[in-house]
Design a protein around this ligand. Structure first.
Ligand SMILES: Nc1ncnc2c1ncn2[C@@H]1O[C@H](COP(=O)(O)OP(=O)(O)O)[C@@H](O)[C@H]1O
Ligand SMILES: [Mg+2]
Length: 271
């Protein structure tokens, strides 16, 4: 039975979709069977970032409404044969996602995949709570700034109350993914420091993804960043986060700090 992960944040534009695609690809590059599900009905970004926008025929809403079979809606990645996408509808209304429908789809996906990654819409409304409902693990994507941290704190509250796990009195595994981290701005005090974020949110750190042009370049090509260039700084950070998701106990390096160790570490890994 596969693991269901929700990639969530509260705030929009922090890197949920980028991270869903990158982590999904990283896990699939490791040989696991992965599906990334776009819950952002109305916006539909994930298929663009994964370079599959021209191949979307049916979507999550079609499946829920019985207009298409799950196998008809799933899109297999052209580069990685164990990576799939379940796209969102661009035209439909969020209300087309029903609780029973989502449950059925997630149950079927859990049987067929090792990882079901749910890319959540922004906000704390229905779309976001539906995306997190069946999760075993939550990745809380946060930027090192006050408004993002505050929204993440609210999302953590929802994860501990509105999910099936929480309702059944089970522990909800939560991880912090700090994205768009810019060491120079953190140094100048324009951004929160890693320690400050960890102190406020107090959930374990899955990784720190540096702010990087490589992310923009990859998304313009319609390629998850880990597939575009597996040696770029954000790719390495996503690969390491994926290994931590798999239970590996790897130290997290803060971008811009301990440069000597940093360089050596990467050199060794790439060898
Ligand atoms: N590490 C990063 N470095 C630079 N830009 C990033 C990074 N992560 C995300 N972005 C950019 O931020 C914007 C929002 O990202 P996205 O993943 O769509 O966020 P969300 O899904 O949370 O709304 C996009 O333009 C994306 O390219
Ligand atoms: Mg998004």
């Amino acid at each position: 039975m596969g693991k269901v992960i929700v990639v969530t944040s509260g705030k929009g534009g922090v890197g949920k979709t980028t991270s869903s695609a990158a982590l999904g690809a990283a896990l699939a590059q490791n040989g696991d069977k992965v599906v990334v599900v776009d819950f952002d009905v109305g916006l539909r970004n994930l298929d663009l970032i994964m370079g599959a926008e021209r191949r979307v025929v049916y979507d999550l809403v079609n499946v829920i409404q019985g207009e298409a079979k799950l196998t008809q809606a799933l899109i297999r990645d052209k580069r990685l044969e164990s990576l799939y996408l379940l796209p969102a509808s661009q035209t439909r209304d969020k209300d087309n996602l029903t609780e029973e429908g989502v449950e059925k789809v997630i149950r079927a996906l859990k049987h067929a995949f090792d990882w079901v990654i749910c890319d959540s819409p922004a906000g704390i409304e229905r779309g976001a709570t539906l995306a997190m409902r069946h999760a075993d693990v939550a990745i809380v994507v946060t930027n090192p700034e006050v408004s993002s941290v505050r929204d993440s704190d609210r999302i953590i509250g929802l994860l501990d109350s509105k999910t099936l796990r929480a309702e059944n009195g089970e522990r909800m595994e939560k991880h912090l993914l700090l994205t768009r981290y810019d060491p120079a701005r953190a140094e100048r005090g324009d951004m929160l420091k890693v320690d400050d974020v960890l102190e406020i949110l107090s959930i374990p750190l899955l990784g720190i993804i540096p702010e990087s042009m490589d992310v923009l370049r990859a998304s313009n090509l319609g390629t998850p960043v880990t597939l575009a260039d597996d040696r770029s700084a954000p790719s390495i950070a996503y690969f390491e986060a994926a290994r931590r998701l798999n239970g590996e106990d790897l130290p997290v390096t803060i971008p811009g700090e301990k440069r000597g160790f940093f360089g050596k570490f990467f050199g060794r890994k790439a060898a």
